[in-house]
Design a protein around this ligand. Sequence first.
Ligand code: PBG
Length: 427
Amino acid sequence: MATTSLFNVSCSFPSIKVIDCKSYVGGLRSNVSQVRIASLPVATSQRRSLVVRASNGHAKKLGRSDAECEAAVAAGDVPEAPPVPPKPVAPAGTPVIQPLNLNRRPRRNRASPTVRAAFQETDISPANFVYPLFIHEGEEDTPIGAMPGCYRLGWRHGLVEEVAKARAVGVNSIVLFPKVPEALKNPTGDEAYNDNGLVPRTIRLLKDKYPDLIIYTDVALDPYSSDGHDGIVREDGVIMNDETVHQLCKQAVSQARAGADVVSPSDMMDGRVGAIRAALDAEGFQNVSIMSYTAKYASSFYGPFREALDSNPRFGDKKTYQMNPANYREALIEAREDEAEGADILLVKPGLPYLDIIRLLRDKSPLPIAAYQVSGEYSMIKAGGVLKMIDEEKVMMESLMCLRRAGADIILTYFALQAATYLCNQK
Ligand code: PBG
């Protein structure tokens, strides 16, 4: 409760324009003082004494009526105002040329912070973020080596504190990723639908503490599979589609039963969205949403995540179910199926290297679009920042803005807390 009201106080704008936010505020202030430079009609003899500085605010009033002021001007007694400033001097050696004859100079609309803010096309706010959180059975928070600033959070302590921090800056949506004890993994990933497993237990705890928190869950077998794959692996290495979907339905229902708001199949099996929808409805979970990982590519940008969960495939790769990074049109096939099967949100993953896919789905589907800025994207920005090769904060905000510009409504990002804190401080 306390954290919610803190947010209301500190960050109550529905959306915040980021670029130039600081200078925007500064620009606004200096404009206000300029506006207050009143130029009043005065007798020529009095003019000198009535010169007003910008910082002084109002000019002294002479008690004249509007009609008297107008009459004075009409009679040629025009009051003094600051002169047109001199033309700024170019450095010595600047070539003297004829101006180009351009009827359009786009730079006019970028000339000042105020103008830039007025014409900014895209904005971003903490409400757009979903915060992915790693959880484990331990009591301590364990740092994840490949993801500086990220931890495997103890589900009963560290996690609850992290969620409170996120809510305080307006991030009220999270997605949970469990690190499952090795002893509980098996080839069919049955721990995935244990109603008393780590994820359902955590959902119940969070919903008890924060009933209005929106909890997304991951639906896939890899954290529970002794093979480290998202599906059941046959003897010959084939990932079995329909049998896996059967397990995923049980997993989604178990998460819904615990109180999940949005189940998110990230497994890329065919037909899983429709099957999960039917399974949820059959159990009375008509109001639980499905965010489908519609276009999930077989990407090397997932490396740090797999280290975080110790969920690397024990053999082979995920190329028979995740999409080929070379493919664009194929995303449409997935999108059409997911729409027809009843997905509520379509997700593209990874984010920044796949902006064209985000734009494609945005233009072709009326459904909300999610983008996942994945672990590798996060770690590269962090590493570049630590090495002082880039400005971490600026690159973070730019990358998130670009995902919005490409068409993402929501962004799953490990930067959610840091970026929302930045946005709130801008105000
Ligand atoms: C697994 C899953 C993965 C991610 C989210 N869910 C890894 C994978 O597909 O191998 C990756 C997220 C990230 O890299 O940040 N179903």
